[in-house]
Each structure stands twice: as structure tokens, then as C-alpha cells.
Design a binder for this molecule. Sequence first.
Ligand code: C5P
Length: 261
Amino acid sequence: MPIPERLNPTFVTARSPAPRRPDPMEEARKRLIVALDVPDAASAVALVNQLENTCRWFKVGLELFVAAGPAVLDPLLKRGHSIFLDLKFHDIPNTVAAAVRSAAALGVHMITVHAAGGPAMLAAARAALDGLSDPPELLAVTVLTSMDSAQMSAIGLERSPAEQVELLARMGLAAGIRGFVCSPQEVASLRALTGPEGVLVVPGIRPAGAEIGDQKRIATPAEALRQGASFLVVGRPITQASDPAEAAEAILKEMAEALEP
Ligand code: C5P
């Protein structure tokens, strides 16, 4: 299945027309996803109002979706933005498949399930999108970027984060999934595993000097892109900046420089 341009701005396909020299700032804009981790719809709309001339993609996660419900997506979709609905489903296969169908019906462009749900759950999630004319990209979350070896060991996982990410990604690929969420530190090995078809979405992004917060496996925007990320997810460094649009613009500039041939 060809990858829609919205979902794979980097990796032109054999069927693409001869490439115009892409504008690096435009390319960067197509690859930055701003996490709208805010408590209510009014705060989300206020942030989008500040950012929509700068950014194209917005991520709606658990905090906002649980508070505001699916209606929070309507103004974003009406304004033509791309939406990553990051609800990280993790349940029995039948329940996850039904949730994936419900999420797809909302008209969003990316959705997430936890790869740790196992092969049967991943296969059911993928099969739930079969036959849809314009399905969202299904991303399997590998190991949360807030997890380090100590956190993993506490839940009985003695592999390193890198080994666990690779195991989960191989499992996802076997279930027919080509999109993964991983930290900047594993993105190069996942790119090697998926090839150019992979849609690799990378949180844990911190511009040099930014607050790290609860993230553990982090990198700068430029590093993550050079390692092979398709998309960068950035939350607090933009949303908690005194001027979010200016912070987004600075990140986009750094991304554009990393994308210069
Ligand atoms: O504020 P910050 O830039 O750390 O936000 C990162 C966003 O990416 C959050 O919305 C978080 O839920 C999400 N995320 C993550 N790690 C993953 C998957 C998603 O941090 N593995």
C-alpha cells in the first residue's frame, strides 16, 4: 500500500514525480507534531490559535480527550489540521479492534496501540482498519520514552530498552504494522529494520538547554531527524514556552537545518 504524502514526507516513492527541491522549512513543518497536553478544549483551541500559522500536526492525547471528548477534534479537523489521536490502546484483541474502528471513524490521521499488547492484539488492531478507504496510520508504541532500564526492571523486563524496542518492532512488522513510536535513541535501528516504508514517530525531543521533565531517552530535534525519524512529537518545550509560536519556529529552524541536503 503506498504511503500517503501526509504520512511520509521524507521518503519519496518510486511513483513520485521528479522532486522539486523541497523547501526545508516546509519539510520541517510537515514533520513536527505538537502535543496538545492541556486539560480542556478551550486551552487546546487557544494553543492551536497561537500555533496554526506555524504548525500543521497536532496530537490529542489522554488528558485532553478524556476531559473534552471527541468533539475536541472537530475544530481541528474543520481547519484542515492533521491529527494524531494518541490514546495508546492496550486491552484484549477484540476490545482494541473495536476501539481502533471507533477512532478511525473520527477522521483522525494517526492512532496508537501499545505493542506490548502482543501479536494477537496487534493483528486485530491492524485488521480492524482493513477495507477503510482512508484509514489512519496505525502506530505501535514500543517502549515509552519515560522508561529507562530501572523502570523496565521494576516491571520484570530485564532487556535493555533498545533490545525491547527491537523485539516489539519485529513483532509489529510481523503483524503488518509499519508505524512505530520509539525514542530518539532507537530510531536509527528501527529505520534499519523498517527501511524507508517505516513511519517512525519520535517523542522525547528536547532542544539543547530545555527542561527534560519526566522524559529519559531524549535527543535534540536535529539529532532525532538525522537518526531517521519521520515525525517529531514535541509537547512542553512548545506548549509551556512563554511564546509557543516562537518556540515552535525555533524548533522548525533547527529541523530545517538538519534536513538541508
Ligand atoms: O512534553 P513532552 O515533549 O515530553 O511530550 C511528549 C508527548 O509524547 C506526550 O504527549 C507523551 O504522551 C507522548 N509520548 C511519549 N512517549 C511515547 C509515546 C508518546 O512521550 N513513547
